[in-house]
Design a protein around this ligand. Structure first.
Ligand code: PAF
Length: 295
């Protein structure tokens, strides 16, 4: 595996079909599943590891974001990554950089409301990665369903010649959605956080049984998470991320809640097959994930 720090050396080392997995590091099985998803369909698999300061909207969140570069590199080797791109701040944001990519509309609701500026930070850094690396494919997880919709809209609007590959959300065997931030959960908070996925699974059962009223589905998740500080529970169109009252199109039932010091997001994407809504509960691991401990 090659370690690179500049866009030009990353491009120079790339051959054939190039797939990019953009990350902020501190890998868990969710990240590895993104890498595995495209390993066989590309000639050069690039993983970028850059904790992007412009997408953090809360004090201390950037400093407290978990990092462990050595462990990340070792895990990338395990899944046969070709290039591990770890740029310095100045490579991504050169002195005087002022261009911002904003994707209004799709960025407006849910995370956009609660994290002002977050999606402009994400879209800006992803646009830089696409421009600097020029991948053919780029992989994003459905855990961040709204981020995925923002990037799809950006790719469409700016005509980036990149195919976006959507990867399933990955869960611990007890249902907790994998996130690098889970490392900050105390044992008691981790236990409480299971109310989120439990509520989503109950809503998924309601969908399987024919429920299409958004307020009923949202109420199920809100009831289950009532002991947590829930920021929103919203049923929204999967493409536009605009809230919808009835499940009559591909959608996401999304939730954000504060659990102790950790802000968690989770969702169930609802695809349509043969005209019927089919909730995607994600991939559930058989064994505990290999989420690291803080170094
Ligand atoms: O999902 C993430 O880890 C980040 O938002 C991303 C896409 C790497 C951009 O910094």
């Amino acid at each position: 595996m090659e370690l690179t720090t500049t866009f030009s050396e990353t491009r120079d080392l790339s051959v054939g079909r190039v797939a990019l997995v953009p990350t902020m590091g501190f890998f868990h099985e969710g990240h590895l599943s993104l890498m595995r998803l495209v390993r066989d369909r590309c000639d050069t698999l690039i993983v970028s590891n850059f904790v992007n300061p412009t997408q953090f909207d809360r004090e201390n969140d950037l400093e407290e974001y978990p990092r462990d570069l050595d462990r990340d590199r070792a895990m990338a080797v395990e899944v046969d990554v070709d290039i591990f791109f770890e740029p310095e701040l100045g490579e991504v944001y050169p002195e005087g950089a002022s261009t911002i990519v904003d994707v209004p509309g799709v960025s407006h609701w849910m995370e956009g409301r609660h994290r002002p500026g977050h999606f402009a930070g994400v879209a800006t850094v992803v646009a830089k990665l696409f421009a600097g690396i020029q991948p053919d494919d780029a992989v994003f997880g459905r855990k961040d369903a709204q981020q995925l919709a923002v990037i799809e809209a950006m790719v469409r609007d700016l005509r980036f010649p990149v195919e976006i590959v959507a990867a399933p959300l990955v869960r611990e065997s007890d249902g907790l959605a994998l996130s690098s931030r889970n490392v900050h959960l105390s044992p008691a908070d981790r236990e409480s956080s299971l109310a989120i996925s439990r509520g989503l699974f109950q809503a998924a059962e309601q969908i399987d049984a024919g429920e299409v009223r958004g307020e009923r589905l949202e109420a199920t998740v809100a009831r289950s998470s009532r002991r947590l500080t829930t920021e929103y529970v919203t049923l929204a169109s999967l493409e536009t991320m605009v809230p919808i009252a009835t499940l009559d199109q591909p959608a996401v039932l999304a939730v954000a809640a504060q659990v102790g010091s950790v802000r968690l997001i989770d969702n169930i994407v609802v695809d349509f097959e043969g005209g019927r809504p089919v909730p995607d509960r994600g991939l559930i691991l058989d064994e505990p994930s290999r989420l690291g401990t803080l170094p």
